[in-house]
Design a protein around this ligand. Structure first.
Ligand code: FAD
Length: 435
């Protein structure tokens, strides 16, 4: 399959990033073959054990817009304007995500989004999708892709979008760090209640409990997908339906009666791992092929900022942009792509780990709520000059790497503007009293 300048271009993995990149390449007239280990999910149904729904925000939507898919994706999604916090023994409270209360992140079924991307890839001239093709590695010097069962295919350019446990990455001599969180996750279902959503569908629900944490995102069929995060070893301790029910009744009393198949779900559904992958370099130039990693294959992150797919989509846009800038010179384009993206993906990896602590431990505290109210109040007064970290991550496309410095700068200016903590607390109190 000869591509740009007669080169054979292959993408490994028809997940979210692989599909979007295929569409972008097809549209620029680069023929590309996508190899996917699974059978076609549009025919055989989605694979179990991966997150059922996820949040797409400004970065993901901006990328989908590039291929005319933004509106289609939004039709598959439900907006969530804030987090609804369920404290133990207290009233649930809504914390809007943005200062204006208008901006929202969007809950979307992963399988729906993947199917929609596959359909678009199928309709894009020059894109060939090949399913049930498990890649075991790439020989960059020979210019070959290696498949389970011993088959090979020639390629000059290999773009590895084969996820956090990338077989392509493993076959290259790269510096790779994989950090597993002690917490794993298990997905549980909250079906519709009397034909309607059992909870407010306009929010991402959080039950922060320190050691464990549960979140719930709404689905179009009026159910919620709940995800329980907990140290992996603790899941095993709940080895009878009675123990599961007792634990949920103690820790999640307002949710337990809304989950009629809790014990069945708990027994059936696997415990997933949460991993941060830091690889470098992301490209390898052999005698026969240039290979590059993207998406989770290059930089899997923990899901606590809801940015993994958003960030993977940004990679695709950057590859496309670098190809334009270099006139289709793949080696230069991919080298430029990795240089531009690495600091950004490192930054969102760190921000995501920080946000776990925030979600798990802080969001329920009155001090946190006061601080958040003060932040939103400042954002409204100093529109565009003071913007919260959450807003910069979720509602802008500012490079992730610029966000920590921007927040530090804002806080410094603010520190100079207000006479110490007392004034800030006053502001928080006034902001809270208006709610
Ligand atoms: P993947 O989506 O993993 O796709 C990889 C593809 O490659 C798959 O189709 C796979 O079958 C295929 N493949 C794998 N190995 C091979 C092989 N050897 N040969 C051929 N094909 C192969 N992100 C967000 O933006 N928002 C969220 O709210 C969010 N929530 C999440 C919640 C959880 C619990 C988890 C675990 C992740 C969440 N993410 C979220 C992260 C997001 O799912 C990933 O960042 C995103 O899917 C990465 O896309 P990808 O295409 O790089 O990898």
């Amino acid at each position: 399959m000869a591509g740009d300048g007669g080169q054979r271009v292959a993408i490994i993995g028809a997940g979210l990033a692989g599909c979007l990149l295929a569409v972008l390449l097809g549209r620029r007239g680069v023929p590309v073959t996508v190899y996917e280990r699974r059978p076609d999910p549009r025919v055989h149904g989605a694979e179990r054990g991966r997150s059922i729904n996820m949040a797409i925000s400004a970065r993901g939507l901006a990328a989908l817009e590039e291929v005319g898919m933004r509106e289609e994706a939004l039709k598959l999604a439900l907006p969530m304007h804030g987090r609804m916090v369920h404290p133990l023994g207290g009233e649930q409270n809504l914390q809007p995500y943005s200062a204006d209360g208008v901006r929202a992140i969007n809950s979307i079924g992963r399988a729906d989004l993947n199917r929609s991307l596959l359909d678009t890839a199928d309709d894009t001239p020059g894109v060939t999708l090949r399913f049930s093709q498990r890649v075991t590695g790439v020989d960059a010097d020979a210019g070959t892709i290696l498949f389970e069962g011993g088959g090979t295919e020639r390629a000059d350019v290999v773009l590895a979008a084969d996820g956090a446990y990338s077989a392509v990455r493993r076959s290259l001599d790269l510096d790779v760090g994989t950090d597993f969180l002690e917490h794993g996750y298990k997905e549980l279902t909250m079906p519709p209640k009397d034909g309607d959503f059992a909870l407010d569908p306009d929010a991402l629900h959080i039950w922060p409990r320190g050691g464990s944490m549960m979140i719930a995102l709404p689905n179009l069929d009026r159910s919620f997908t709940c995800t329980l995060f907990w140290p992996k070893e603790d899941f095993g301790a709940l080895d009878t339906p009675e123990k599961v029910t007792a634990f949920f009744r103690r820790e999640y009393p307002d949710a337990v009666d809304l989950m009629p198949d809790l014990t069945g779900d708990f027994a059936r559904n696997p415990v997933g791992s949460l991993v941060t992958v830091r690889a470098w370099p992301w490209t390898r130039r052999g005698d026969g092929a240039v290979v590059a990693l993207l998406g989770d294959a290059a930089h899997a992150i923990v899901p606590f900022f809801g940015q993994g797919a958003n960030c993977a989509f940004e990679d695709c846009i950057e590859i496309d942009r670098c190809l334009t800038e270099t006139g289709g010179d793949w080696a230069r384009a991919l080298s430029r792509y990795q240089e531009r993206r690495k600091a950004n993906t490192d930054a969102i990896a760190d921000l995501s780990l920080d946000n776990f602590i925030e979600m798990r431990d802080r969001v329920a505290s009155p001090v946190y709520r006061a601080k958040q109210a003060a932040t939103h109040s400042l954002e409204r007064r100093l529109a565009g000059r003071y913007v919260s970290r959450y807003e910069l991550v979720s509602f802008t496309t500012m490079p992730y790497a610029e966000i920590p410095a921007r927040i530090r700068r804002q806080n410094l200016i603010l520190g100079g503007a207000v006479a110490g903590g007392a004034a800030l607390l006053g502001l928080a109190a006034r902001a809270l009293s208006r709610r």
